[in-house]
Design a protein around this ligand. Sequence first.
Ligand code: SF4
Length: 100
Amino acid sequence: MITDECINCDVCEPECPNDAIYMGVEIYEIDPHKCTECVGHFDEPQCVQVCPVACIPTHPQHVETRETLWQKFERLTAAKQAAQGGGAAGSVPPAAASAS
Ligand code: SF4
């Protein structure tokens, strides 16, 4: 989570490999459904590494094990691949899809 000590410096948003950080009503916020604490991408949460005011503690209501975070990473990766049309059995090739 991002606390109200956030100074909206914009540094963390581009560092998130899951696009989980976004500008909220007043300060940046983290979507807990997308955040894997960088499991699957990096050894440490990148936002925590770059935040100049250290205002990104673990959310007390979203304490997750490494295994749970890894499962979320796998779900997110599968969803991303499905959205890109990659690897799905029976998917229509782009050339065939535009031929109609
Ligand atoms: Fe806010 Fe820290 Fe992100 Fe900067 S890096 S926008 S201070 S949470």
